[in-house]
Design a protein around this ligand. Structure first.
Ligand code: HPA
Length: 242
């Protein structure tokens, strides 16, 4: 069995899938972090792999950018491949003062300018939230790393805003979000959380702060690479019960 967007057979995916936006990051995670990784999809170059981490089966697949792409692949993973947990591993642009480049944001909830959830939810306003179990598991692992090593990235848990725009036409938006306690902007979480909720799976977005939108700070490509690798290692340890 396959879908129009995924050539994998049922059983090719593990129950837990890491979901970076960039399919080349999925390949990087599979080839540098996972053991025995096998490519299970390449349709539209949306690369997907299944391998192991500390002996436990885990998959990684690109989600593409934005709610439509992310939602489509997440829907098929859960509905057609029996995936139970999707953890988005990506970047976000901070708006809150307390956030620094390289910090980690766990999206506890996700506001949005997209109308997909209103359409999905009968015209009412849906409040997309992360899986509490996944949230607590990843937060506990970050705390454990801090205790073990004496160093760990800053951790922030709270609301994010998933936008259909990378360059938003409303210049006042970052200030509005900051005043309402929103931590950062991404482009996927609100869609991912609602898809997972509707289809009975768990989801969480774990995001490195790659930009500070109000302070106009940006990570270099090299900083992005290292920051994301460390973050993904931490998420893999958390998911496999280390
Ligand atoms: N906006 C939306 N998503 C992002 C950003 C941003 O500024 N930076 C990293 N992901």
């Amino acid at each position: 069995m396959s879908t129009p967007h995924n050539a994998a057979k049922r059983g090719d995916f593990a129950e837990t899938v890491l979901f970076p936006g960039d399919p080349l990051r999925a390949r990087h995670i599979a080839t540098t972090l996972l053991s025995d990784a096998v490519q299970v999809n390449a349709v539209r170059n949306m690369l997907a792999y299944t391998g192991t981490w500390r002996g436990q089966r885990i998959s990684v697949m690109g989600s593409g950018m934005g709610i439509p792409s992310c939602s489509l692949y997440a829907t098929e993973l859960i509905r057609d491949y029996g995936v139970k947990r999707i953890v988005r591993v990506g970047t976000c642009g901070a708006v809150a003062d307390a956030l620094a480049l390289g910090d980690i944001v766990l999206g506890q909830g996700a506001c949005t300018d997209s109308s997909v959830n209103r359409i999905r939810f009968g015209g009412y306003d849906y409040a997309p939230i992360a899986s509490w179990q996944l949230l607590v598991t990843v937060a506990a692992r970050v705390a454990a790393v801090a205790a073990e090593t004496g160093r760990s990235p800053g951790l922030h848990v709270g609301n994010v805003f998933s936008s259909d725009f990378f360059d938003h036409p409303d210049a006042s938006l970052p200030g509005l979000l900051r005043r309402h306690g929103v931590l950062a902007i991404d482009m996927e979480s609100a869609g991912l959380y609602a898809v997972a909720a509707e289809l009975g799976a768990e989801a969480l977005s774990v995001m490195a702060v790659s930009d500070h939108i109000l302070r106009k700070e940006h990570m270099s490509p090299a900083q992005r690479e290292t920051g994301l690798d460390e973050m993904v290692g931490l998420v893999l340890d958390a998911l496999t019960g280390r």
